[in-house]
Design a protein. Structure first.
Length: 51
């Protein structure tokens, strides 16, 4: 989340506080207000952050 925040991207809502089994999970919502380029940038940044 910190890596994405540096790129001004909100990673999502961490689900760990809701259940321990979800410690590596994020809740992500994408709406029609996001462009294909924004979604692609999110995917690329998240992929690099978890690599």
């Amino acid at each position: 989340m910190k890596r994405l925040a540096k790129e001004k991207i909100l990673a999502g809502l961490p689900l760990k506080p809701f259940h321990r089994a979800l410690k590596d999970c994020l809740l992500v919502a994408v709406t029609e207000k996001r462009t294909r380029q924004e979604i692609d940038a999110y995917v690329q940044a998240l992929s690099q952050a978890v690599a």
